[in-house]
Design a binder for this molecule. Structure first.
Ligand SMILES: *Cc1c(COP(=O)(O)O)cnc(C)c1O
Length: 414
């Protein structure tokens, strides 16, 4: 259940620092030319942060365009904030919402009625969508996606004449209103020379398409190409300043898009907390957790924490990850269970039941980041933040105060 209650069960929860979010937005804006606006990518429940509060906060700070992966996410945002109040920009309008991925054309009416912009990524799809809109008597707003080298979605670029002809064909469809056009960079997060060269090719293809379509008298108002990595690492685009929007995802949430160090500062928005539910001393030779994969080596203090893989804390982190208790690191021992895990707290004194534990985030001098865990889980931070499950309340913090949580209503938890 979603409410704006500030009460939640202190078992395992995810503080979401909205001040860090607005800080990151400001940093991103500074990277961009003044006329390039931020399109906030809030797909996958805002990368696990909770799309309603994230969208609301970004809109309050000047964002007017949101991108999601599918129509369900878009409609969820049209239903409003956690209280059900419609999201509105400072100009009093509803934010624009772009669906980046596939929507079966049977949902054209729902797209139209909810004022949602759909990505058109093939000629065939454009024609099908146009046909159904003709039958419904509606004109649907779309952005065209060009595939300049990611080979996922998009009209293949091939050469600018082929791509420009395809664009012209879509522009001519009477029941589609082409408001924008974009492409997606596949490798802009990498400092590797061949990746840099590939990014330049992608940008060049898109730029040439722009020149070609304008020569043909085609006017498409909104052009966008950059993802987080493009914002961070593609200087030549910024000099060119040719794009109306940049699609910022992971950097908004305070994490880098790849291994390379960002040229600007961002602050992680999400942290993960839990508590100590049980503590005991084991003699040497005692196995811990399923499968007895860990056996104590001498007297060992073991704390049990109520967080597990059903909260999104990957089982592959067993025996590798650490948490912070009383400002000190403690290793996860034995297999991580569905709802619980054990840590070695030998040498950390004064731990009591209910004591707060930092699973991800800063505590005193120590900090555990999603990058550190991603490295240990052999994945990327994107996957870890998206995996934090629904049952983990997101607790929103602004000015150091908890202002809302995705939890049960006050009357239950107060
Ligand atoms: C997810 C996505 C983005 C945002 O990517 P980040 O790396 O998180 O900035 C931008 N554009 C498209 C098409 C996407 O699918």
């Amino acid at each position: 259940m979603l409410t704006s209650s500030a009460h939640y069960l202190k078992r395992c929860w995810a503080p979401i620092d909205l001040d860090s979010l607005t800080f990151n937005l400001e940093q991103i804006k500074k990277q961009l030319p003044s006329h390039t606006e931020v399109m906030a990518v809030v797909k996958a429940d805002a990368y696990g942060h909770g799309d309603k509060m994230i969208a609301k906060t970004l809109i309050e700070n000047g964002v007017d365009f949101l991108a999601v992966s599918n129509i369900e996410e878009a409609i969820g945002l049209r239903e409003g904030d956690l209280e059900g109040n419609p999201l509105t920009t400072s100009r009093g309008a509803a934010p624009l919402i772009l669906v980046l991925g596939y929507t079966p054309e049977a949902h054209a009416k729902m797209l139209y009625e909810n004022n949602i912009c759909q990505t058109v990524y093939s000629l065939e799809y454009a024609h099908r969508l146009n046909d159904i809109c003709a039958r419904l008597g509606i004109k649907l707003t779309v952005h065209i996606k060009i595939d300049t080298g990611m080979n996922r979605l998009g009209i293949p670029h091939r050469d600018e004449i082929f791509a420009a002809d395809a664009v012209a064909e879509i522009i001519a469809l009477p029941f589609l209103d082409v408001a924008g056009i974009f492409t997606h960079l596949s490798s802009a997060d990498s400092p590797d020379n061949s990746d840099l060269a590939y990014t330049r090719i992608q940008i060049k293809r898109f730029r040439h398409l722009k020149a070609m379509t304008s020569k043909m008298g085609i006017d498409i108002p909104l052009w966008h190409i950059q993802n987080s990595a493009g914002i961070a690492f593609c200087e030549e685009q910024q000099e060119e300043a040719a794009w109306e929007y940049a699609r910022a995802g992971i950097v908004l949430y305070g994490l880098p898009p790849g291994e390379a160090v960002l040229p600007f500062t961002v602050k992680p928005v999400m942290s993960i907390k839990t508590v100590v539910s049980h503590i005991k001393e084991l003699e040497g030779g005692q196995p811990v957790s399923y499968g007895r994969r860990y056996v104590s080596n001498g007297n060992t203090m073991v704390a049990t924490l109520p967080i597990g893989y059903a909260d999104g804390y990957f089982r592959i982190l067993s025996g590798k990850a650490e948490v912070i208790i009383k400002g000190q690191r403690a290793l996860v021992i034995g297999n991580i269970c569905m709802d619980q895990l054990m840590v070695d707290v030998t040498g950390i004194s004064g731990i009591s039941i209910g004591e707060e534990v930092t699973v991800v985030g800063k505590e005193g001098e120590e900090e555990i980041t999603f990058e550190e865990l991603a490295h240990k889980a052999n994945t990327i931070p994107y996957e870890l933040i998206c995996a934090i499950c629904k049952r983990v309340p997101r607790v929103y913090i602004k000015g150091g105060i908890q202002i809302a949580a995705t939890a049960r209503p006050d009357n239950i938890m107060a």
